[in-house]
Ligand binder design. Sequence first.
Ligand code: ADP
Ligand code: MG
Length: 814
Amino acid sequence: TARDAGGDTRAPMCGVPYHSAQGYIARLLKHGEKVALCEQMEDPKLVKGLVKRDVVRVLTPGTVVEGDLLEERVNNWLVAVARAGNEWGVACVDLSTGEFKGTGGEGPAGDMRDELARLRPAELVGSAEALAESGAAGCPATTVEPVTPAEARTALLRHFGTASLAAYGLEERLAQRVAAAVLLGYAARMRPAGLSHLTQFVSYEPRTAVRLDPYTLDALEVVEPQRRGGPTLLTVLDASCTGMGGRTLRQWLVRPPALAGEILSRLDAVEWLVDRTADREAFRGLLGRCADLERIGGRLGSAAASPRDLAALRVTLGLVGECRIALAGAGAPGWLAELGEALNPLPELGRYLARALVDEPPLVITEGGMIRDGFHPEVDELRGLAKNGKGLLLELQERERKRTGIETLKVTYNSVFGYTLELTRGKAHLAPADWTRRQTLSGVERYVTEELKVLERKILGAEERLSRLEQELFLELRAHAATEVGSILATARALGRLDALGALAETAAKRGWIRPVMDAGGAIEIVEGRHPVLEREVSAFVANDVRLLPWQEQIMLVTGPNMAGKSTFLRQTALLTLMAHAGSFVPAKSARIAAVDGIFCRIGTSDRLAEGQSTFMVEMTEVSHMLRHATERSLLIFDEVGRGTSTYDGLSIAWAVVEHLARTLGAKTLFATHFYELTALAEELPAVLNLNDLVREWRNELVFLYKIVPGRADRSYGVQVARLAGLPATVVTRARELLAGFEKGSAAVAAAGAAGAAVDRQLTLFGPLPDPVRARLEEADVERLTPLQAMNLVHELKEMLDGGRGPDAGYSDA
Ligand code: ADP
Ligand code: MG
């Protein structure tokens, strides 16, 4: 529903049962809505007329910290974008983990968009101008007033309580500074008590990571599947035991380091863990019992930690100590040792929590029963009184029964009349004179005595006081824990990294993967490589080799019929390269992988699964973005690019792109194409080599071997594929005849060395056919026809021949 909110505006509202509000709130946030929670600010019992109400909390997708509103293994990024002159800046914060960082650069917004694609923001803020530039695609965005760099500086100095922003790298990076200030301003408005854990801002250079743009992340299905619920690289690798590990691994995959040093320290750590099964399993066993320390830290910083959070904190701090000992005891070297030493079990806080908190506290702080017996004398006393009170009530009941001789007399309690002595109607005349009648119901009468009233005050007073005292003690405990939030979060991050390394080692060990050799030679040389996702799904996956060297063996043109495994081979090479950079072992017999500065994947629009935006224009935009950013240290993947337009256009563009790659760019490239004509390039350009996907014809059937070997495919096998798809035998035979004629034409194109050369079309083949049939056949793109479309085409052609009196039944799916 909705109601007037002044002027012409109507505020949308809805009513839900308060006890299930959380579920509804979660759904609204998922839809990108904001939710305002209103409460009565006064006790309705004490106020005449309207009770004062106010907004107590605003929940937005990017500012929630409650566990049940968040995805465990995904960071919840609130992101701000900004521009200052030629500089762009992005700042992001995950309030649920306290991670606060940013990046920026010079020039156009393309790089900003790449950064946003890696982050996948839950919510975006910025000035109207900055939001427009960001593309703001796919997430809720809020426009805020523009902030100047000077204003931003003042706000950030106030937040960090420092005299300079140099330590955060924000003195000179103006756009990042503005973004960080915009972010803090918005977060502070949504969560006034919630920013004490944002004590650090880390400015990182985009260059320190392998460049991965949105198309590449999509095409390689790194963290998002193209088919809902399908596997991704992340789901295959993620054997982590905690949300911290899962989030860390996700960050590693979308931002793999480009620096050899960082990669090597990860690979060393993974190798050590792979080699020590028992130590690894023991360590992962400990991790598996840890709570999400980072999110608990986030809630401590936002003053939103529950009693259960603190109980989990206590248990996990104990486990942190054990993890530390386990790593040191096993003699873990290098980065593992450093991470182990970064684990701080905070023994003093642990003891405080253990003394103060019961083992299994309630979920919410108003429920009581949080504080352990023996921790606070007044709590014990009040508990005694409350418990004792029940005994005293029973005693009083017994005495009054004796005095009146009424055995059915009992003491009852209800919230309006409090404690009363209850008699059935029939016994009412036996009530002594010193009883006062309180309430008459259909079957019973209720009375009080002076003694009962005194007792009631004592008992209820004790319960109320106890509840208040417990809350006070809890808040004290929580505030104390919050003073350690910096150590807790640092420990949580070390745990996350250890867990991510353990996960990579676990997957590598389970799947028999090997450590890639990372070197500066510039080559990528994989022997018997396999596709990390498909090798699990296909029963007999065929391993393949690849060797790429910038400028020399630089461009591999891969040809072969549909379904022969070209796309799989290309993606597998890109995925293995990405995995090695992230610090993972790879599925291969051996792999030498040079550090790359970027991986670019372009999939032709007609091969694209996600429809809707698939136009030739989009494809060309993507290709030009890649050609502008790739260097000789990049790895490029082109899969059937140039299909979205007419054959000769597409071929010409593909041809020119390959020439550019070979003559000016020097980037390592895999290029799968259905343009057989392109294979002629290998004769012209020594850096271009032909590979093809082996198929065998056996008794007129096609057998896919999935083996990539040097050389060009001699033909497209489209007719055989059509036959496999069930095209009628007469059609297949006729198609063979036609193909025999066309093949001379294709050879002529290849020999001419350029697209568009005149083609000897063997006109005699078409001689007897009437013109419209020929025209229809010529315009049909056989490569792109589905089997059903092909059958319908044949049907249509036949009808043309029969002058419209063709067979009355068309072909259908059935
Ligand atoms: P193309 O791009 O040549 O049309 P794909 O790479 O899409 O072919 O592969 C088609 C199918 O062939 C895959 O879905 C997979 O089932 C199978 N396949 C591909 N490569 C291999 C391989 N190396 N070993 C086994 N099966 C494979
Ligand atoms: Mg393909």
